[in-house]
Design a protein around this ligand. Sequence first.
Ligand code: SF4
Length: 102
Amino acid sequence: MNAPWNWSEQGACRTIAPDSLFVQGQEQNRAKSVCLGCHVRTECLAYALDNREEFGIWGGMTERERRALLRRRPHVTSWQRLLETARNTHGQTNDSNRWDIA
Ligand code: SF4
């Protein structure tokens, strides 16, 4: 039997210090840049949104950006399903507006 896929082991951030994703102010922009080429960005952001992660950079978004998104879309019950559908519909890109979910 195969072990379940662990997306976090595939993250572009796996080789950097975890603390570098939990920064404030201007340092967040540098931290977010790590996510630009990450192949598991969708999974990471969906996890953070579905689990209401309060701190840190997840899926290329700061906690403030995630809070704003959650306020705009209070009726989403599964960000994983929504983001995977968006990715499958619109394809994979690396720009900051890759998900048509605003
Ligand atoms: S999206 Fe960013 S925080 Fe999430 S696994 Fe990838 S590099 Fe790490």
